[in-house]
Design a protein around this ligand. Structure first.
Ligand SMILES: O=C1C[C@@](O)(C(=O)O)C[C@@H](O)[C@@H]1O
Length: 512
């Protein structure tokens, strides 16, 4: 792989109507960590050419002045030419124009006479999933018209569409910017510095753009300035993925332990396709989230025996010696040990102590039979609990019950289910997760039958289920505790054994 070109620029595009708004947004961009701004002149209300002078005389950051031809109308074209030529006269750092404009004879002559600004030539590639070769040809033709920097805007439908883009960034000999447009494009910005991208885009706080990280996250969470060709890529393969706190936990911990890694959200639609596409060694490890934990088992070359019996993996590493994908399940130990610890604490406070698991002999009521549910059901069963499973899709509850010699009951019976007092309740469904945080799998009244209530949901930290369980006197165990423990297990697997428990715990306390 070619060496990453160091010091990637972090940029934000400003689309404002007036000079004043452009300048105040530039101040915001500067405060949020932008190195450079792109002033999208085509978004402005064009009144007079002096607007270009006003903007460029007052600017407080290095600037790309861009003008996109969004219509073939002659007025638009003539405004565009006028504005770009004025920007070249004023020697702004970068002038950005469409391929069509840059190929215009008068523009190309003008550019040659005013060599102080660097010219970025951009081209929009819409759909059709261009191959690396096709994109290579496009780059060659843009280069031939004298671009100092090439920018491709590419519409992407799936995260797998980004793989040719990473290849292109790696091999391109000219400074290259790729803006992958769409919600699946996010990692193209965060990882561009690894593959040699010239510049990455972030959005201003409060002005989010689908598929773009915020400037603040590029600087504070991912610290893209530290990413280089050797950085190992880790990520959460999930859908949805935006709720995860994984990036704000793993990234600072990599830095704290001086491990050259980055952890990114990977919005994946087809898990099989994903692992078939991203086969490079640099994609070193993955967390697996909803709804892929079960399907991901079949993507692994080897699966740890516990994960295999559970039938779900939440962690996959690419084994360095042979590049094989090895699957693990850190959810099981994380959730069961958190529940056991809370039960033991309760026993100690009552003066009872025992060597056997406090789950032994208990009725363990589980809601959810997906990946996390399977981990809890197997864990509880191993500890000697009687497992009773409720799931909206009854068939899945039945299949899981069969696997753990437990019982499955129709979801409608959950509220009335009360064979005894002092049971354990575990929610492994997404009920109560943001943005539906006002929902709960069980009404408050029914919670009185439970000694301990656990919720695998960790956004919000204190779910409605946990609040109401505490109100009726149950011991509560938050999904945050499971989250920390499963992440600790993952971090060890990712890094070949590094342990940063106290650091990770402090991070979670400070930031969640
Ligand atoms: O369940 C979880 C949480 C998680 O999906 C996340 O939100 O970061 C990451 C998974 O690996 C883990 O098993």
């Amino acid at each position: 792989m070619a060496d990453a070109k160091k010091n990637v620029l972090v940029c934000t595009q400003l689309e404002c109507e007036t000079v004043e708004e452009m300048l105040s947004s530039m101040e915001q961009a500067k405060a949020e960590g932008a190195d450079i701004v792109e002033l999208c002149f085509h978004a402005m209300k064009f009144t007079h050419i002096s607007q270009v002078d006003n903007l460029l005389n007052e600017k407080t950051l290095p600037t790309i002045l861009s003008y996109r031809l969004n219509s073939s109308n002659e007025d638009c074209k003539s405004n565009c030419m006028q504005v770009l030529k004025r920007a070249l006269d004023l020697e702004v750092e970068f002038v950005e124009m469409d391929y069509e404009v840059a190929s215009d004879k008068s523009m190309s002559e003008y550019m040659h006479k005013r060599p102080h600004s660097k010219v970025i030539v951009s081209s929009y590639v819409n759909g059709g999933k261009p191959s690396t070769e096709k994109l290579g040809d496009l780059i060659a033709s843009i280069q031939s018209i004298g671009a100092a920097v090439i920018k491709l805007e590419i519409a992407v439908d799936f995260i797998t569409d980004l793989a040719p883009i990473f290849q292109l960034l790696t091999h391109c000999q000219v400074p290259l910017i790729v803006l992958a447009v769409g919600s699946r494009g996010l990692i193209s910005q965060i990882l561009a510095p690894k593959f040699g991208g010239f510049l990455v885009y972030g959005s201003l706080a409060g002005k989010s753009v689908a598929g773009l990280p915020t400037l603040v996250s590029l600087r504070q969470v991912y610290k893209v300035e530290n990413v280089d060709a050797d950085t190992k890529v880790f990520g959460l393969v999930s859908n949805p993925v935006g709720h995860s706190k994984g990036p704000i936990l793993h990234n600072p911990t990599f830095r704290h332990t001086r491990y050259n890694g980055i952890y990114v959200p990977m919005l994946v639609d087809d898990v099989k396709e994903f692992f078939k596409t991203y086969t490079a060694t640099d994609f070193a490890g993955f967390s697996v989230g909803i709804p892929h934990k079960e399907a991901a088992v079949a993507c692994c070359d080897e699966v740890d025996p516990l994960a295999k019996s559970i039938g779900a993996v939440n962690t996959i590493i690419r084994r360095p010696i042979d590049q094989k994908l090895i699957g693990y399940n850190t959810d099981c130990d994380a959730s069961i040990s958190a529940i056991e610890d809370a039960l033991r604490e309760r026993q100690v406070s009552k003066g009872v102590a025992s060597d056997t698991s406090p789950l032994a002999g208990k009725t363990f009521v589980l809601v959810g039979a997906g990946g996390a549910g399977r981990a809890l059901a197997f864990g509880a069963k191993i500890k000697g609990a009687r497992v009773v499973i409720f799931n909206r899709k009854y068939e899945r509850a039945k299949a899981l019950a069969l696997a753990v010699s437990g019982e499955a009951l129709p979801f409608e019976c959950l509220h009335e289910f009360c064979p005894e007092k002092g049971m354990i309740f575990a929610n492994a469904s997404a009920i109560g997760m943001e943005p539906d945080s006002n929902t709960s799998p069980l009404p408050k009244e029914a919670l009185k039958a439970y000694e301990l209530v656990f919720d695998a949901v960790y956004t919000p930290r204190n779910t409605r289920l946990l609040q109401e369980a505490a109100e009726v006197g149950a011991t509560v165990v938050s999904g945050v505790e499971m989250f920390i423990r499963q992440a600790l297990g993952q971090f060890r697997l990712f890094t070949g054994g590094l342990d940063a428990e106290s650091y990770m715990r402090k991070l979670v306390l400070d930031q969640f």
